[in-house]
Design a protein around this ligand. Structure first.
Ligand SMILES: Nc1ncnc2c1ncn2[C@@H]1O[C@H](COP(=O)(O)OP(=O)(O)OP(=O)(O)O)[C@@H](O)[C@H]1O
Length: 232
């Protein structure tokens, strides 16, 4: 298994009250597969993804990514893991407003061990002609494509996407999903994606349904559906 999470638990304490957010989550995803985490607001999806991405720590349990036990890493090792192995994409693109498209991507390329070629990445996301533009000059879908370019330029093993189409309209969402599918196919990047949209589950090899901090159902698909053919 590329991602193997076992009995992961996480609580947050605010004031005197302690709330268990993840109550013993286990999941597995093979290398090169796409996994989708589905579930209502507040069910713990982002917390789970943040722990797999090494930006938050579990209280207990095992989280192995490509053979690396994240629970055993110190802060410096976790930083290396995040920098070298994981690309993050969020609902709101988090681009640097006063940097151009190319500069936003270069910021990450410059600190990467083995970055992909800039022109290849710009071409992959269809932004060759916009590389000197600033984020404010782009549509939402174009800004999300810059965020995707920035996430993939370091050629991460794992791409974590938290509601990547949450702020986009129907057609733009489909084109962004299609781009993610192409990255998965062409670069072999393993993708784990959070969504509220059950239809998007059809493009995944595995769908994990989360309710109140537990995975209540895991659905494995023999075949996945092309993003262009998904309707909602
Ligand atoms: N740092 C924190 N401190 C305290 N509580 C937190 C913290 N982070 C998350 N929570 C709580 O944990 C619960 C799960 O949050 P999480 O963001 O994982 O849910 P989610 O399923 O991703 O929700 P959404 O779909 O709305 O993004 C929420 O009730 C949230 O308030």
């Amino acid at each position: 298994m590329f991602i193997a999470v076992k009995n992961l638990k996480k609580s947050y304490t605010t004031g005197k009250s302690k709330t268990e957010i993840l109550k013993g989550v286990s999941l597995g995803l093979e290398k090169g597969q796409t996994g989708v985490i589905l579930g209502p607001s507040g069910s713990g999806k982002s917390t789970l993804m943040n722990i797999i991405g090494g930006v938050d720590l579990a209280d207990s349990g095992s989280i192995r990514v490509d053979g690396l036990e994240l629970a055993a890493l110190n802060d410096d090792q976790l930083t290396d893991y995040r920098r070298d192995s994981v690309g993050f994409i969020f609902q709101f693109y988090n681009l640097v407003p006063n940097l151009t498209v190319m500069e936003n991507i270069e910021v990450v390329a410059n600190i990467s061990k083995a970055p992909l070629d800039m022109d290849t990445v710009l071409k992959a996301v269809g932004l060759e002609t916009k590389k000197r533009n600033f984020p404010r000059e782009l549509s939402g879908g174009e800004q999300q494509r810059v965020a995707i370019a920035r996430a993939i330029v370091k050629n991460p093993k794992l791409l974590l996407c938290d509601e990547p189409t949450g702020a986009l309209d129907y057609e733009t969402s489909r084109s962004v999903l299609s781009l993610l599918q192409r990255i998965n196919r062409d670069l072999g990047t393993t993708i784990l994606m959070i969504t509220h949209n059950t239809a998007i589950g059809d493009m995944a090899n595995v769908v994990y349904k989360v309710r109140s901090g537990e995975i209540v159902e895991t659905i494995r698909h023999e075949e996945t559906t092309a993003a262009e053919r998904i309707e909602w």
